[in-house]
Design a protein around this ligand. Structure first.
Ligand code: UTP
Length: 463
């Protein structure tokens, strides 16, 4: 304890040393456990670099748009190559070489929903939760390819218990419980603008998840990576919990990743406008990098090609394939220094009179690392174009852009299109939903017989 108190003082965190002297035994033990996990020398460096002053982002002067495989294929050679890639992807799935990886550790602050985001009732008709929708989709994917697929779900300390309880209460939505693996990401303490770590309560620092870039180390430290190796999993199909439109295991994308010998591949979407809030796929010094929309100067974002299209067209919907060997390589020493990203937040804190203060203005910095910052470290990173209507309906806000509303609308439109493929016509302006246990892609839509269930006025469910 004495050593820790001295350390706190030498790194400018005397307020915590003072607090430890006055709090009760239980509070002290809980706090000590958290403090002992921190690397103060590293944290001090981060505070100086990211908190006390705002890090300046400089745009590399050689920034160029990243090349990508078009989707759908454009030339006969490409069509041939994609056909082969799809066959390879199906083979990988059948052999159980693909693992599903979902990041679900975020705080979902913009959604403002009380509980893990994955428990949000998202589907347009049945209001199935995001977790249920994915679990049912995976049931169909596993059945379709006769594959014993495993689903790895990253939680964080704030939602791990509630997430596991939700799956248990719902009997894992019919998916084999032994094939669902939860692992928990790390945390970072929130830091006040004065460089002091905040207390979030009497027995805890103000902690938050360390960003989806924490996935790599969490996979290693939790033993999930070792488990994947034992199970013979070679590639991870990575997606975010708030995008129910995403195909969980796309044979073409998986097959191309394999054929291109890529360590980390990405789906890209053509941006709808220069300032769309998607990260930009760029090349600098021969490396692939994602430049956040907020860091992209207008002049570059708005630059166009002679045909009028955006030069920096490729935006990131955060859909990747990641090789397990890449995760192993990145984390073999048990550390991974991805860059940190600063977010200014309103963080409730315990003041010197032991009152919880809820600030009205941002008062602290949260540091997060991002999964895409591993791209420059990957060998042969491959990018495949995607289609918004097939791949991306993020649920960030309750209404408006990237919202529950827009997501439900996109799911209904996608399923209406699938019904049309099956020869089923629905009146205009109705909301439809197809059970993902029956149909997981367009091929299914054509082949699988569907039963219509009229749920309510203008609402149809098909299973
Ligand atoms: P977002 O960056 O959109 O964050 O996460 P969020 O927590 O869902 O929502 P806001 O920003 O607080 O409103 C994108 C994906 O990354 C996961 C989220 O669960 C979501 O699937 N994520 C984010 C993590 O798993 N851990 C993190 O630390 C951050």
């Amino acid at each position: 304890m004495l050593v820790l108190l001295e350390k706190l003082c030498s790194y400018g965190q005397e307020h915590l040393a003072q607090y430890l002297k006055k709090c009760n035994e239980e509070e002290k033990n809980s706090l000590l456990a958290q403090l002992q996990e921190l690397d103060f020398a590293h944290l001090d460096k981060l505070i100086k670099e990211y908190v006390v002053k705002k890090p300046l982002f400089t745009i590399p002067d050689d920034l160029a748009p990243a090349p990508f495989f078009p989707y759908p294929a454009e030339t006969p050679e490409q069509k041939e190559y994609y056909k082969k890639a799809e066959e390879v992807g199906i083979e990988l799935l059948k052999k159980g070489k693909i693992g599903l990886l979902t990041v679900a550790g975020g705080q979902g602050t913009r959604l403002g929903f009380d509980g893990p985001k994955g428990t949000y009732p998202i589907t347009p008709v049945k209001k199935k939760s995001l977790f249920q929708y994915f679990a049912e989709k995976l049931t169909r994917v596993s059945e379709k390819y006769g594959a014993n697929l495993h689903w790895f779900i990253m939680t964080s300390k704030i939602n791990d218990g509630a997430t596991k309880a939700f799956f248990k209460e719902n009997d894992f939505f019919g998916f084999p419980a032994e094939n669902i693996h939860f692992f928990t990401q790390g945390t970072m303490p929130a830091i006040g603008y004065d460089g002091k770590l905040l207390l979030g309560g009497k027995d805890t620092l103000a902690l938050s998840p360390d960003g989806h870039g924490g996935t790599f180390l969490a996979l290693k430290k939790s033993g999930s990576l070792a488990m994947m190796k034992e199970l013979g999993i070679e590639y991870l199909s990575y997606f975010q919990i708030d995008n129910p439109l995403v195909p969980m295991a796309d044979p073409l994308f998986l097959g191309l990743h394999h054929l291109e010998e890529s360590e980390m591949s990405s789906r890209m979407l053509p941006k709808t406008n220069a300032k769309e809030k998607l990260g930009n796929f760029c090349i600098t010094k021969g490396k692939l990098e994602i430049i956040e929309y907020s860091d992209m100067p207008d002049a570059l974002a708005e630059r166009t090609n002679p045909d009028g299209t955006l030069s920096f067209l490729a935006g990131s919907p955060a859909i990747h394939v990641i090789s397990c060997s890449f995760v192993e390589r990145l984390t073999e020493k048990g550390i991974l220094n991805l860059p940190w990203h600063r977010a200014d937040k309103k963080v409730p804190f315990l003041d010197e009179n032991n009152n919880i203060i809820k600030p009205e203005e941002p008062n602290a910095v949260k540091l997060e690392s991002f999964i895409f910052d591993a791209l420059p470290l990957a060998k042969n990173p491959m990018i495949l174009e995607g289609a918004r209507s097939e791949h991306f309906a993020p649920t960030k806000n309750p209404t408006g852009v990237d919202s529950v509303e827009s997501c439900r609308e996109m799911l209904s439109v996608r399923d209406t299109k699938r019904l049309a493929l099956a020869g089923i016509r629905v009146p205009e302006n109705v909301t439809v939903e197809i059970s993902p246990k029956s149909v997981c892609d367009e091929e299914d839509a054509v082949k699988v017989p569907l039963k219509e269930i009229h749920v309510a006025e203008g609402m149809f469910y098909y299973e």
